[in-house]
Design a protein around this ligand. Structure first.
Ligand SMILES: Nc1ncnc2c1ncn2[C@@H]1O[C@H](COP(=O)(O)OP(=O)(O)OP(=O)(O)O)[C@@H](O)[C@H]1O
Length: 381
């Protein structure tokens, strides 16, 4: 009831700036361990900090269930709460809640348990999740994750996206710090070898959410036409780079890049590579790499981008004078395989096909989450 009333009152606010253009000096609320909020939440420690919020572990003395006795309180910066740079994270949660259906996908997105305002800062009470994929990679000491774990991560994230997209929400900011374990690791944190075993064991419970998608701070509604810069640079979709309008398919490209990164430990695209030596912009380097590894942009997509003419000539060729070295996903993966032995050759072909469902230059051709979820590579071994 509380949420239903709110969802009528709060809808998505239009965004006036993007991830790339937000102010540099955010004003975080000073919080002390032991501090009490709303007469029920006692701060027990800090869980993390992003550019737009600090996240705190808190005890909820009014919790109705054992599982919500400990919560995470995300306190947005003052700029993100009000003013022209405000982020409507709360609106995104409520919109998903009012349009979405409960089920597997809903269970893979961090839950909003409540919210309040404190001294000009919006505070979101969230279910307590575990370590992020970035934290896990820090403990393992490698950017690669075991293949079984990547499959489970992809399944969980695709279910989350199926839910968000069908609820009218585009995430726009999927990266390893926003993908969190549904259950924290045991204390003390298991050492590297043991941790891999723990993760593989958790991944074998197919029906249970192992990872959840967090941080709806940059989410936007599907019903509006969007332009402008979004996404972490190296995960940015082709249509975003050329300044075309974009939709929920940006999340799918994003997931394709991450699936490659988690299996191989390397980034698929590196927009900063030799940018200075070649005297070109990072966006041009990125376009060169996309064309070399994925394929050409067609005229229709180029016409839609406000930077189409800046980067491409009338024949649809890149203006920058870099000789292209085209390759295929299979060739890239064979090279990775020779170096790291990530999977056998038969699986490698299936994995490349899986990546191609997401890494298509034309957003319209990227598969929807429900179809990708049926791909052979995701089948349990
Ligand atoms: N529900 C949660 N449970 C446990 N830890 C959390 C939770 N939500 C966030 N965190 C931790 O806090 C960190 C920052 O949170 P979050 O990414 O939501 O903040 P942000 O300011 O919006 O980040 P960004 O700079 O990526 O936009 C996360 O990386 C994670 O470590």
């Amino acid at each position: 009831m509380f949420f239903r009333k709110l969802s009528r009152a709060i809808s998505f606010k239009p965004k006036v700036s993007t991830r790339a253009g937000r102010s540099a000096r955010p004003c975080h609320l000073k919080v002390a361990v032991g501090q009490l909020f709303e007469g029920r939440y006692t701060i027990m420690g800090k869980l993390g900090q992003g550019s737009y919020a600090t996240v705190w572990l808190a005890r909820d003395d009014a919790a109705k269930t054992e599982s919500t006795k400990q919560v995470a309180i995300k306190i947005l910066t003052a700029e993100c709460t009000t003013g022209p740079e405000s982020l409507d994270e709360l609106g995104s949660f409520l919109s998903a809640r009012s349009h979405g259906t409960s089920g597997d996908g809903n269970e893979r997105v961090v839950k909003l348990l409540g919210y309040f305002h404190y001294r000009g800062h919006a505070c979101l009470v969230l279910e307590l999740l575990g370590e992020s994929v970035d934290d896990i990679r820090g403990i393992i000491g490698s950017r690669r994750l075991p293949a079984q774990v990547v499959k489970k991560l992809c399944r969980d994230m695709l279910l989350a996206l199926e839910y968000l997209h069908s609820s009218g929400v585009i995430h726009t900011d999927i990266h390893p710090s926003n993908i969190l374990l549904a259950r924290p690791l045991s204390r003390p944190t298991p050492p590297k070898d043991e941790l891999e075993k723990v993760l593989i064991e958790r991944a074998s419970h197919v029906a249970e959410p192992m990872f959840k998608l967090a941080d709806l701070g940059h989410a936007v509604p599907t019903e509006t036409v969007h332009h402008g810069l979004i996404q972490p640079t190296e995960l940015r979709a082709p249509e975003v780079i050329i300044g075309a309008s974009w939709d929920e398919k940006v999340d799918i490209w994003n997931m394709g890049c991450l699936a490659y990164e988690f299996v191989t430990g390397g980034r698929l695209f590196n927009p900063d590579y030799q940018t200075e030596e070649r005297g070109i912009e990072p966006a041009e380097t990125h376009l060169v790499q996309i064309i070399e590894q994925i394929g050409d942009f067609d005229d229709d997509l180029l016409r839609r981008g406000i930077y189409g003419e800046k980067y491409f000539d009338f024949a649809g060729d890149l203006r920058c004078s870099v000789s292209l070295c085209r390759t295929t996903m299979e060739e890239i993966m064979v090279r990775v395989q020779k170096k790291l032995g990530v999977m056998d050759l038969a699986e490698l072909t299936v994995f490349c096909d899986f990546l191609r469902t997401m890494l298509r230059i034309r957003p319209e051709e990227r598969w929807p989450p429900s179809l990708i979820l049926e791909h052979h590579w995701l089948e349990v071994d």
